[in-house]
Ligand binder design. Structure first.
Ligand SMILES: NC(=O)c1ccc[n+]([C@@H]2O[C@H](COP(=O)([O-])OP(=O)(O)OC[C@H]3O[C@@H](n4cnc5c(N)ncnc54)[C@H](OP(=O)(O)O)[C@@H]3O)[C@@H](O)[C@H]2O)c1
Length: 317
C-alpha cells in the first residue's frame, strides 16, 4: 500500500536528496507517493519535480495557515527548516519548526522525520551560545519529542558542498606561489564528520523510511566518516592537482576575516561552531560511534570526499 511522504525543502539540498533517493529506490518508490513542498509551485525546480511525477504543493513556514493544508492526507513528513541570522534567530527558526510540527499533528500525520542539529549551548555547558541554527533545531527536536506523533531525526554533518559554496571559507591563492591555503580556528588534527548533503542525506532518511518502527525516536548522524583537516588538504591537493595547505589561525583572526565578509553574527557562529567540533565532537559525546552506527544502518553506499571531488571538481581561483 502506498502512503504519502511530504518533503519540505524539496527544492533544496536535503529535501531533493530525500526525493531523489526515494525515486531511485525500487522498494521506497513503491511504498511512498511523494509530495514536494515549496513556496513557488510554478518555478523551474517545481516544474522539474512535476515532470518526474512528483506532486508539488505550496506552503510557507512563515504562514502557518498554509502548512496544515499542505499536510492533508500525508502519512510521513520530512522537514528541514531554514535558519535565520538575526539576534532572534533561535526564536524565529524554532517558530518555523513548531508551526510545521503542530500542523502535522493537527493534520493527522503519523510520522515526522526532522532534520535536527546538535544542542551546542547545552553540550558546551553554556560556553558557546551563538550557533543559532544548531540550537534552534535542537530546541525543535526536544519539542517534537513531546508531541503525539512518531518521530525520528537526521542530524547532518558539515556538507562537502560547503568547500565550494561557502566562498568565504574556500582555499585562497598565495601570491606569487603555486599554492592555495584554507584557514580555520582548528588544529590540523581536528575532525569534521563530512557528508555529501545532496547525494547522501536521502540514504540516511531512506533507512528510516524503510523501517520507520525500528528507528522511531532514533537519530541518524549523517556523515561518511570523520576527516581531519590535514586529510582534507591532502584530498583537495590530489583531486585538483594543486598544492593545498591548511593553516590554523587564532579565534580572533578567524573572527575578523569572517566579520569582514558577513558581519558579527556569521563570524560568531563559525568561530563557536568550529571550536565546538574540535572540543566536544561535532555530534557531541560519542561522535565517532554515532557516525559508525549511522553508516552501518544507512541505505546505500556513502560518498567519500575523494569521490565527491570527482563528481564536483573543486575550482581553485
Ligand atoms: N550546509 C551544511 O553544512 C549543513 C549541515 C547540516 C545542516 N544544515 C542545515 O540545512 C538547512 C538548509 O537545508 P538545505 O541546505 O537542504 O536547504 P537549501 O538548499 O538552502 O534550500 C532551502 C530550502 O528551504 C525551502 N524554504 C526556504 N524558506 C522556506 C519557507 N519560509 N517555507 C517553506 N520552505 C522554505 C526552500 O524552498 P523554496 O525556495 O522552493 O520554497 C528550499 O527548498 C539549514 O537549516 C542548515 O542549518 C546545513
Amino acid at each position: 500500500m502506498t502512503s504519502t511522504l511530504a518533503v519540505f525543502g524539496a527544492t533544496g539540498q536535503q529535501g531533493s536528496s530525500v526525493i531523489n533517493n526515494v525515486l531511485a529506490d525500487p522498494e521506497l518508490s513503491q511504498r511512498y507517493r511523494l509530495r514536494a513542498i515549496t513556496r513557488d509551485t510554478s518555478g523551474p525546480k517545481a516544474k522539474i519535480l512535476q515532470n518526474r511525477s512528483v506532486e508539488v504543493v505550496a506552503a510557507d513556514f512563515d504562514t502557518p495557515s498554509t502548512l496544515q493544508a499542505a499536510l492533508k492526507g500525508v502519512d510521513t513528513a520530512f522537514v528541514v527548516t531554514t535558519p535565520d541570522f538575526t539576534p532572534d534567530a533561535v526564536a524565529i527558526e524554532f517558530a518555523r519548526a513548531k508551526a510545521v510540527a503542530d500542523a502535522a499533528v493537527s493534520a493527522g500525520v503519523r510520522y515526522l522525520i526532522f532534520s535536527t542539529l546538535s544542542p551546542i549551548e547545552e553540550l558546551s555547558g553554556g560556553r558557546y551560545t551563538k550557533v543559532y541554527p544548531y540550537d534552534a533545531k535542537a530546541k525543535a527536536e526536544a519539542y517534537i519529542r513531546t508531541l503525539p506523533i512518531k518521530c525520528a531525526f537526521f542530524c547532518g554533518g558539515p556538507f562537502m558542498q560547503n568547500f565550494a559554496a561557502q566562498v568565504f571559507l574556500a582555499p585562497v591563492k598565495v601570491e606569487r606561489e603555486e599554492k592555495w591555503v584554507w584557514k580555520r580556528n582548528n588544529s590540523p588534527k581536528a575532525q569534521y564528520p563530512l557528508i555529501d548533503g545532496v547525494d547522501d542525506t536521502g540514504k540516511f532518511v531512506g533507512a528510516i523510511l524503510a523501517e520507520p518502527e525500528r528507528y522511531e525516536g532514533k537519530t541518524f548522524y549523517g556523515a561518511t566518516r570523520l576527516y581531519t583537516l590535514e586529510e582534507v588538504s591532502r584530498i583537495m591537493s590530489k583531486s585538483t592537482g594543486k598544492k593545498v595547505e591548511y593553516e590554523q589561525i587564532s579565534d580572533a583572526e578567524f573572527h575578523a576575516d569572517l566579520k569582514a565578509f558577513g558581519g558579527d553574527i556569521l563570524a560568531d557562529m563559525f568561530v563557536e561552531a568550529f571550536r565546538f567540533y574540535e572540543e566536544y565532537g561535532a555530534f557531541g559525546p560519542g561522535t565517532l560511534e554515532k557516525v559508525e552506527w549511522s553508516v552501518a544502518n544507512a541505505r546505500g553506499e556513502l560518498t567519500t570526499l575523494e569521490r565527491f571531488f570527482e563528481k564536483n571538481p573543486l575550482e581553485l581561483k
